[in-house]
Ligand binder design. Structure first.
Ligand code: NAD
Length: 421
């Protein structure tokens, strides 16, 4: 018989299983629970026929994977991208389980995706694709079952279409079925800024434990979007020196500090940080190796690798993006004494405020932005402190400690609930 895991075969899945196995050994995890955690609870594959603008019908393939439901309904993003397949969706569903558990949220992890090139589709085609995908996965989503959110290639409009499609079939408005919705239909204040803001709270704690202050620290940010752009602005406001910023076109560098307000205005006009006056041009890869105290990779995965980790000058790396550091680079950074705040912790502010949005939607009672911000700070600070203390106790790095905490909580849920039937 073939290994049942072959079903989910992909690079990402192999890496996720590798991390789970390593942590399971450290935790001395019950082998039966360990085995269960290696598989998603359920995975749905759907075909999505869409009438295209040219009158022809095209069929797309979509997925929705629930990793586990030990601690509550599942939660996770929906991705529209050409490389989506079962394994590439299953791995992030597993990581979402650890992230939600680590942050103390009552969720298991999920992920969804549709294999497509969103920029090649018209708005009408995207709407039809989204509505039919929602109808096909209707059986496995719901406010107390599984709650999707935006991810790569999807946005708040996608969530509005999903919420509307689901609500139409129920005959009533169900805001709690998705998060990341526009404000007017039940989105949360502060959701857009949540991930960037969460990173700053994590960095604030890291600086405190390292006996430093954020004020006066030199920062390099790769990615100037929702995550990197917000984090750069907030760190700049805290008095940090933003020495380098890069986006997909290139980067700018000024060791004396970049005025982030002016940079935002430049980006609004030019569409990129490139060409910003008063700073030198640098490539978006070289910028990672520039001298700084804090490096914030907030663009795409696998940016810090075995071939450049030796040359990273920062003493703190905060992972805004998912998986920006490869496992080989992780080892090098650890040996060099660099503090890496792992993605499951650093960028968890997004899912924390998604949780707040879901709670507000269930109660039909909406909080002020200041309430959201202070609750976010509380959750981020508590999680960071727990991870820091565990890393000290176990003599390990923050990534291992964060995964240990997340995996331990999920396995405790499994243990206490037992195995059905
Ligand atoms: P975004 O699309 O708003 O911004 C991405 C930024 O990265 C843009 O400035 C883009 O120009 C830049 N970029 C793309 N390729 C690049 C490259 N090769 N070099 C340098 N810059 C490059 O996306 P986002 O929402 O800010 O997400 C960024 C990352 O954070 C992604 O990996 C995402 O999965 C992760 N993340 C996002 C959230 C969230 O709430 N938005 C939450 C958790 C994790």
């Amino acid at each position: 018989m073939t290994d049942p895991r072959a079903e989910f075969e992909s690079d990402l899945y192999r890496t996720a299983i590798g991390q789970l196995d390593q942590v399971a050994t450290r935790l001395n995890l019950d082998p039966d629970i360990h085995e269960r955690l290696r598989f998603p609870r359920r995975a749905l594959v759907v075909s999505i026929p869409v009438r295209m603008d040219n009158g022809k019908t095209e069929v797309f393939i979509g997925y929705r994977v629930h990793h586990n439901t030990a601690l509550g309904p599942t939660k996770g993003g929906l991705r529209y991208a050409p490389d989506v397949n079962l394994g590439e969706v299953t791995a992030p569903a597993m990581l979402m389980s650890w992230k939600c558990a680590l942050m103390g949220l009552p969720y298991g992890g999920a992920k969804g995706g549709v294999r497509c090139v969103p920029r090649d589709l018209s708005r009408t085609e995207l709407e039809h694709l989204t509505r039919r995908y929602t109808a096909e996965i209707m059986l496995v989503i719901g406010p107390d079952l599984d709650i999707p959110a935006p991810d790569l290639g999807t946005d708040e409009t996608t969530m509005a279409w999903m919420m509307d499609t689901y609500s139409m079939t129920q005959g009533r408005t169900v805001p709690g079925v998705v998060t990341g919705k526009p404000l007017i239909i039940g989105g949360s204040a502060g959701r857009r800024e949540a991930t960037g803001r969460g990173i700053v709270y994590a960095l604030y704690q890291a600086a405190r434990f390292l006996g430093q202050e954020l004020r006066g620290r030199t920062v390099v940010v790769q990615g100037f979007g929702n995550v990197g752009g917000v984090a750069a602005r907030l760190l700049w406001r805290e008095g940090a020196i933003i020495a380098g910023v890069a986006d997909f076109k290139g980067g700018v560098w000024n060791p004396n500090g970049i005025d982030v307000g002016q940079l935002e205005r430049h980006v609004a006009e030019a569409g990129s940080v490139v060409g910003f006056p008063g700073a030198d041009a640098v490539s978006n890869v070289d910028i990672l190796e520039r001298p700084c105290d804090i490096l914030l990779p907030a663009a795409i995965g696998s940016q810090i690798r075995g071939d450049n980790a030796e040359r990273i000058k920062a003493n703190v790396v905060a992972e805004g993006a998912n998986g920006p550091t490869t496992p080989e680079a992780d080892v090098i950074l650890r040996e060099r004494g660099v503090t890496v705040i792992p993605d499951v912790l650093a960028n968890a502010g997004g899912v924390v405020v998604s949780y707040f949005e879901w709670v507000q939607g269930l109660q039909y009672y909406f909080w002020r932005e200041s309430e959201i911000t202070s609750r976010l700070q509380e959750v981020m600070t508590r999680a960071f402190n727990r991870v820091w203390a565990l890393a000290q106790k176990e003599g390990t790095d923050l990534r291992t400690a964060a995964l240990m905490e997340g995996i331990r909580r999920v396995s405790e849920g499994y243990k206490i609930r037992g195995l059905y039937p």
